[in-house]
Write a protein that binds this ligand. Structure first.
Ligand SMILES: Nc1ncnc2c1ncn2[C@@H]1O[C@H](COP(=O)(O)OP(=O)(O)OP(=O)(O)O)[C@@H](O)[C@H]1O
Ligand SMILES: [Mg+2]
Length: 308
């Protein structure tokens, strides 16, 4: 066979391999968290946007939730606003919250919307304040560093950092029905109209739960969850996750990610995946190929197989 015939048969093989997944996921919702750390290059950003457009084109309903930690840090530095972190969370006073809203709701959100639209999709960017759809409550952080010897644990005020209290799905189902792709910035609002910065992984997990999504896919800047030798762990269940947290293998930004993945699968989302957003077309590889990529989180010990 000539090279060109080989290529054609490769393409035919790839499309055939994708067929069962196309059939299985048609008209289902897939929630994708796009981490600020995974937005490394223009090439990667375009590959992400193209994957999202392709999902919509084949009848799947993608919902995008994005982070933006590095971009917030950059603008705070340029504005000379000092911030500090408590156990990996940014202490967010009112001035910092203004910057968070500008960067997440303005800059990053609209960049992703434009990318998707440029690649042929129809995206609408929203924060949880639009239609009051993410109800937040203040997160009361208990210091990890304080020990009983210091007289008990201390509750620390980290300002406008919130957690999801409830999600109103009306606006999301309306967008889905109208064939728009929702792009969500993780900002919530409380009963008094006060804004909160919420970890994007937690928002993505909750959105997946309330939409009864087929999958939750968390794109980040590592090859999935790594063991203490730096090797990718392909499948994890609740007991294994608890062990890895206890011995410190899972820490920092991976903690909310794994927590929301577990919560999601426990609440009926079929599968949660933590995958490498630095790989071109990582989403397509995860959704439409047999082997998948990254780490699959499941609720039961026996179902740690690929592409459930
Ligand atoms: N066991 C582990 N395996 C892989 N990464 C881990 C592990 N434990 C901790 N991490 C850290 O978690 C980080 C990913 O979380 P991080 O919050 O930094 O990124 P993100 O959530 O993708 O982006 P953003 O917070 O901007 O949305 C990794 O870069 C790594 O430093
Ligand atoms: Mg993070």
């Amino acid at each position: 066979m000539t090279d060109s015939n080989n290529n054609k048969s490769d393409i035919a093989h790839i499309l055939t391999e994708a067929l069962p997944y196309l059939q299985r996921f048609a008209s289902k919702t897939i929630v994708v968290k796009y981490g600020g750390n995974a937005m490394e290059s223009e090439e990667l950003q375009n590959s992400f946007a193209r994957d999202i457009v392709l999902l919509k084109a084949v009848g799947i309903n993608p919902v995008v939730v994005h982070g933006g930690g590095p971009q917030i840090g950059e603008l705070l530095e340029r504005l000379n606003i000092k911030t500090r972190f408590v156990d990996g969370m940014r202490v967010t006073d009112s001035e910092t919250m203004d910057v968070v809203q500008m960067v997440l709701g303005g800059l990053v959100n609209k960049e992703i919307v434009s990318l998707i639209n440029k690649n042929g999709g129809r995206a609408i960017g929203i924060t949880g304040k639009d239609g009051d759809f993410i109800w937040a409550q203040k997160l009361h952080k208990i210091s990890d560093s304080d020990t009983a010897s210091a007289g008990g644990r201390e509750i620390i005020d980290i300002g406008h950092v919130g957690e999801v209290k409830a999600i109103n799905t009306d606006i999301l189902t309306m967008l889905e029905k109208s064939d728009f792709i929702p792009v969500i910035a993780p900002i919530g609002v409380d009963d008094h109209g006060k804004s909160y910065n919420i970890n994007a992984d937690l928002v993505a997990g909750k959105v997946a739960e309330v939409l009864h999504a087929e999958k939750l896919i968390l794109l980040t800047n590592t090859r999935g969850v790594l063991d203490d030798n730096g090797k990718t762990i392909t499948g994890l269940n609740v007991e294994q996750v608890n062990e890895l947290i206890k011995d410190g293998t899972i820490h920092g930004g991976m903690l909310p990610k794994i927590q929301c993945a577990l919560d999601a699968v426990r609440s009926g989302v079929n599968a949660a995946h933590i995958i490498d957003g630095r790989v071109i077309h990582a989403l397509l590889l995860e959704i439409f190929t047999e082997q998948g990529v990254g780490t699959l989180i499941s609720s039961t010990p026996s179902s740690s197989t690929r592409n459930t």
